[in-house]
Design a protein around this ligand. Structure first.
Ligand code: HEM
Length: 263
């Protein structure tokens, strides 16, 4: 475990993979209940297959609703139990540094597509502006994922309640909810394609991918990819009363949980 820093604690890891599983199940059941074939990206065959697998359209809708309610409840429970960590996460992803982050957003896609060599040939400096716990590319996915996730949950609840407690005159609200729910899911799914590529397929980010299982990330990776976070860790170490015995893990082992909790 030497030379590693705690990046994600166990509850965050469980929540992330639980969320990913729910998203997968909600997507396939959601595409299964999408009756209008003209806007179903998978056409007619997919709803037909899902309905026959589930024993009918009504049952499929019930499964979709149950998974949705479990997904929402788990997030509410997590928020209640980990309020401080949740606020820290929100503060982290919604903090941006426009100039620095814009340069990063312009350079990173160039690095990934044409590569450093071609960038240098074009006279471009290949060094990326330093980033904190999350880079701005991750934030650009996390921000809409959180906001649209909230919208998906609220519109989902309105649709769920539509035939149970809502009155006739609330039909317009339900119709809007259906449209907004569909568009919000589409937007997050488009972002997910990039998120999964960057997090799980891109070799450079492999240590961060493994950290979503083990919790830990190598110090060298943090120094290179998240230098501002690394600086925060060092500063925190130095401000601790017993900093004489360095807790910086290059020397002694694993980063204390308290530091990672702060992020
Ligand atoms: C197979 C599916 C998925 C994989 C492989 C994956 C992978 C990862 C990894 C490795 C991280 C940690 C990155 C780091 O520590 O730097 C992460 C973070 C995150 N994931 Fe996922 N994820 C998946 C699905 C999802 C889904 C479905 C959502 C939500 C709709 C989601 C939302 C997030 C958010 C908000 C973060 C924090 C910010 C970020 O790193 O972008 N992930 N994911």
């Amino acid at each position: 475990m030497n030379n590693k820093i705690l990046r994600h604690n166990t509850s965050d890891i469980i929540l992330h993979w639980f969320n990913a599983l729910c998203w997968f199940l909600l997507l396939i059941t959601g595409l299964g209940v999408l009756g209008n074939h003209q806007i179903n990206p998978l056409g007619k065959w997919f709803p037909a297959m899902m309905e026959s697998l589930c024993g009918g359209a009504e049952c499929l809708l019930t499964v979709h609703e149950i998974i949705g309610l479990v997904w929402i409840s788990a997030f509410l429970l997590y928020l209640l139990l980990n309020f401080r960590a949740s606020m820290n996460f929100l503060r982290e992803i919604f903090t941006i540094h426009p100039r620095r982050d814009l340069v990063w957003l312009l350079k990173k896609p160039l690095q990934l597509t044409i590569g450093n060599k071609a960038m240098r040939r074009l006279g471009l400096n290949t060094e990326l502006p330093p980033q904190g716990f999350y880079n701005v590319g991750q934030k650009a996915f996390a921000q809409p994922a959180v906001i649209l996730g909230l919208i998906i949950a609220v519109t989902g609840i309105i649709m769920f309640l539509s035939d149970k407690v809502l009155a006739e005159e609330q039909t317009v609200l339900v119709i809007w909810s259906i449209g907004i729910h569909y568009v919000a899911v589409g937007l997050v799914t488009a972002g997910l394609a990039i998120h999964i590529f960057m997090a799980a397929i891109n070799i450079e980010e492999r240590p961060a991918f493994y950290s979503m299982f083990s919790g830990y990330v190598p110090v060298e990776h943090v120094k290179y990819h998240n230098p501002l976070w690394y600086e925060e860790i060092i500063q925190e170490e130095q401000s601790l009363p017993d900093s004489g015995t360095s807790r910086t893990q290059e020397a002694t082992g694993v980063q204390e949980q308290s530091t990672a909790d702060k992020i």
